[in-house]
Ligand binder design. Structure first.
Ligand code: SF4
Length: 359
């Protein structure tokens, strides 16, 4: 269902969204400060609370995340305050940014084992660098085109997991739609990483890597340990080898299946791989959070290993896998936009006449 608002968001609604964005932004700032000054708390809050919640949120309510993500709100400050340059990105540039986003994701995530999972300052530095890039590209290019729908390394995962939203919310960032990006991931029903009106090589590579490669990448990632005190740099090759070798295997599997599956069933295949990726994530992540991880102590929030029975994690793993398989693959829920597209910005009559003098 393609939803578009008839009028711009009312002032009170906009105000509520701004307050929510500021509150979530303050939480983000608090975590950022904790990462620098209280690294143990910051690491738990960021890597063991916020990040484990994110994939499930993308699955059931990606539009909510798109409306309140602190990095998105920070990046769009220049646009909200009215001094952004609003340059239009070319379709080719959009495709390239999406490929760079996938590459960034695949390069940064293994470094969690090397340094980020155990070093608050290093995590704060990488977040700071990404925030500066986000602010700059969103200042230069129109609305969400360059960061939220382009370079953000989380965006490919949003597109993979955000297949069926529980509810559709108004767009809390764009007042009117200026078609800054096509297709707009927020406003296009059925969007997925291979969805593109104009097929380009960069888009095809990015889509195949994230859909086909991500389940294996996650599986391989969980089989590498966290390293402390800069020890991890010595094991950089194996840290990357596990996720990349497993990623290659599932990518080949996806490409072969894509060749044999009829075009009209391709979306089912994409959903299957999306469900596999998020299920593998929680299969390992939830037990690790409560002290039952396959690598003792890695990614642990609280240690319940002595107080809970050994079968408890198996129950969690079974329930989450069944849920994601049902929600993403079998659930017949109608697919609609992540958020409601705002009304299109009306073109100034004199500009319209310059563009098309016959009008
Ligand atoms: S709703 Fe329109 S202006 Fe906003 S991100 Fe999508 S295409 Fe761009």
């Amino acid at each position: 269902m393609n939803l578009q608002a008839k009028s711009i968001l009312s002032s009170p609604s906009r105000m509520y969204w701004r307050i929510t964005q500021i509150l979530v932004g303050l939480v983000g700032l608090g975590i950022f400060i904790a990462l620098i000054f209280f690294p143990e708390i910051g690491i738990h809050a960021f890597w063991n609370v916020l990040i484990p919640i994110a994939p499930a949120l993308f699955v059931v309510a990606v539009g909510l995340w798109r409306n309140v993500c602190p990095l998105a709100s920070t990046s769009l400050i220049s646009r909200h305050l009215g001094f952004a340059k609003k340059k239009k990105l070319k379709v080719k540039q959009q495709g390239r940014l999406q490929l760079i986003a996938v590459i960034l994701l695949l390069l940064i995530v293994p470094l969690r084992h090397t340094i980020f999972d155990t070093n608050g300052l290093a995590t704060a530095i990488i977040i700071g660098i990404l925030a500066l890039i986000a602010i700059y590209v969103s200042y230069k290019y129109n609305w969400k085109s360059a960061w939220c729908s382009g370079l953000c390394p989380i965006h490919p995962v949003e597109k993979l997991y955000g297949r069926k939203s529980l509810f559709v919310l108004p767009n809390a960032h764009c007042k009117t739609c200026v078609k800054c990006v096509a297709p707009c991931p927020d406003s296009t029903p059925s969007i997925h990483p291979l969805y593109k009106k104009k097929k380009m090589l960069s888009n095809k590579i990015a889509g195949a890597l994230i859909i086909g490669g991500f389940p294996g990448f996650i599986w391989g990632w969980f089989h590498v340990q966290d390293y402390f005190n800069n020890e991890g740099w010595k094991y950089l090759v194996s840290t990357y080898a596990y996720p990349f070798i497993a990623m290659t295997i599932t990518l080949i599997l996806f490409l072969v299946m894509k060749k044999v599956v009829a075009k009209k069933h391709e979306v089912i295949l994409i959903n299957l791989f999306a469900a596999a990726a998020v299920s593998v994530y929680y299969w390992y992540r939830l037990p690790a959070l409560i002290g039952f991880g396959i690598i003792q102590g890695d990614g642990m929030l609280v240690d319940f290993s002595q107080s809970l029975p050994n079968w408890f994690p198996i129950i969690l793993q079974t329930l989450t896998t069944l849920f994601f398989a049902w929600w993403i693959v079998f659930n017949k829920k109608e697919i609609s936009n992540w958020v409601i597209r705002p009304p299109y910005k009306k073109q100034n009559k004199s500009i319209r006449n310059i563009i098309n003098p016959t009008v």
